[in-house]
Ligand binder design. Structure first.
Ligand code: C2E
Ligand code: MG
Ligand code: MG
Length: 287
């Protein structure tokens, strides 16, 4: 009945159960959003040339009372469809800025922005300005990661929003580059500071010369455009070596460090273990 108008669909056994489960999950997500009942995990970003830690990416975590941890890929789409990503995304931004304001100077925090956050009329610029003001985080330590979906809908409005966000002093990263629509026109028209190569290409680098060629070309393109190029999903030392040879500036991936809870990040600073020689960190517990 909720399908597109005029569509006739036969009832399949199990469909009602799946629907009910989804409805329950949506309701629980609504409650969690109202209470800010989430956590953030932080995954390190390293400079590949010397292995220095440059910052962390904030990743949303939801610990469901009965189900345990629910992966973001299972609940972010629901949050986007229902519009709940607007309050949830605001919570992520405020929390990430607040936590990052306590990190050693110079370390940046990267936060995902959903296309729906800008499309649903939420005033992203006011939200970011407020999160920075309340936390005291210097704007140049905040990196906002967007995907091509944010640029598709109302291109002029998206361009205005990104320009204003950049005017606040934050930097803008294009995440998951190479998936989705990947129009080169976006790189031309929009004010990006950073390009993050999707992990699917990095994963294929070792086995498929085509994937390696795409990575090398995207790195060259990004550099020619004056962007900081980051590789996502770095899992092997061979990938680090090839990416470094290709001129890729930064990396993020399980080899360099897994997403870890806030407390683990704080402990790391307490130990003074900020720099990681060779760009290869010891494995950290997953969050
Ligand atoms: P993303 O923004 O591209 O984040 C990177 C994802 O790749 C994270 O998954 C991270 O744990 C995973 N990853 C990092 N290194 C590796 C690696 O070496 N190998 C593999 N196989 N995976 C790696 P996670 O935390 O499950 O998040 C998945 C996606 O959920 C994110 O992709 C993002 O699209 C979405 N997401 C997560 N947190 C937020 C949030 O706060 N807001 C919004 N709007 N979306 C979020
Ligand atoms: Mg992302
Ligand atoms: Mg990504």
């Amino acid at each position: 009945k909720t399908d597109d108008r005029g569509m006739v669909r036969c009832f399949e056994p199990g469909m009602d159960a799946a629907l009910a489960a989804r409805r329950r999950l949506t309701q629980d997500l609504r409650t969690a959003a109202a209470e800010g009942d989430f956590q953030l995990a932080y995954q390190p970003l390293h400079r590949l040339a010397d292995g220095a830690l440059v910052g962390f990416k904030a990743l949303l975590r939801w610990q469901h009372a009965e189900r345990g941890p629910v992966p973001p890929d299972a609940f972010i789409p629901i949050a986007e469809e229902t519009g709940l990503i607007v309050p949830i995304g605001a919570w992520v931004l405020r929390r990430a800025c607040a936590e990052a304001s306590g990190w050693p100077d110079g370390l940046r925090v990267a936060v995902n922005l959903s296309p729906v956050q800008s499309r649903r009329g939420a005033d992203l610029v006011a939200l970011v300005r407020d999160a920075l003001a309340v936390s005291g985080l210097p704007p140049d330590r905040l990196e906002l990661e967007i995907t091509e979906g944010l640029l598709l809908h109302d291109t002029d409005a998206a361009l205005r929003t990104l320009t204003e966000l950049r005017a606040l002093g934050c930097s803008i990263a294009m995440d998951d580059f190479g998936t989705g629509h990947s129009s080169l026109g976006y790189l031309w028209r929009f004010p990006f500071d950073k390009l993050k190569i999707d992990r699917s290409f990095v994963l294929g680098m070792g086995e498929d010369p085509k994937a390696a060629a795409i990575v090398c070309s995207v790195v060259a393109l990004g550099r020619a455009l004056g962007l900081i190029v980051t590789a996502e999903g770095v899992e092997t030392a061979e990938q680090v070596a090839s990416l470094r040879d290709a001129g890729c500036a930064q990396g993020q991936g399980f080899l360099l460090g897994r997403p870890a809870p806030t407390a683990a990040v704080a402990a790391r600073f307490a130990l003074g273990a900020v720099g990681v020689p060779g760009g290869v960190a010891a494995a950290e517990p997953a969050a």
